[in-house]
Design a protein around this ligand. Sequence first.
Ligand SMILES: CC(C)(COP(=O)(O)OP(=O)(O)OC[C@H]1O[C@@H](n2cnc3c(N)ncnc32)[C@H](O)[C@@H]1OP(=O)(O)O)[C@@H](O)C(=O)NCCC(=O)NCCS
Length: 154
Amino acid sequence: MRIRLLKKNEIKEVAKLLIAAYETETKDRRWNEKYAEKYVWLLYKMCNKLCFVAVEGGKIVGVTLNVIMPEFNKEIIESRVLVVHPEYRRKKIGTKLITRVCTKALNDYGVEEMESSIYTLTNFPITWYECLGFRTKKYYETTRANIANILDKV
Ligand SMILES: CC(C)(COP(=O)(O)OP(=O)(O)OC[C@H]1O[C@@H](n2cnc3c(N)ncnc32)[C@H](O)[C@@H]1OP(=O)(O)O)[C@@H](O)C(=O)NCCC(=O)NCCS
């Protein structure tokens, strides 16, 4: 298994991996082809130097897409995608992908913090992140609203 930068012509393949990776998860986390491809393309455009794939036997079996974001007086790295194909899990591919990104962020960009939004209704993968030292931010929650409802209320 080899980890290397994502290439532009692999965006469709990575979008398919994103779909496959969440197929077995809960209903609300399933991607469709159109938006998976848009999402991968957008992240690639934002920061292709921090988009890595894991390749085994010529096939992309894992991917991580990250962006560097200014925050107050520094920059942090936002991990937007980290997925391993269901058939290739528990072979340390996820660990190797995050290791590669963290090493690059620290050594090449001097970025010292990573942030990731994690699905918490199941015990895993929050436990996986906690083992790596990730902790929930105390005074922040991600909030979401239906736009028609907002417009009704203003
Ligand atoms: C999270 C994810 C990327 C981990 O990738 P992976 O390559 O399977 O993980 P690793 O092999 O590096 O895991 C290392 C350790 O994590 C733990 N772990 C991995 N999968 C686990 C599971 N399903 N349940 C409990 N612990 C698990 C184990 O301790 C494992 O070590 P072990 O196999 O020696 O016991 C992968 O499960 C995935 O793609 N999940 C769906 C997408 C997702 O939730 N991504 C996270 C962002 S929200």
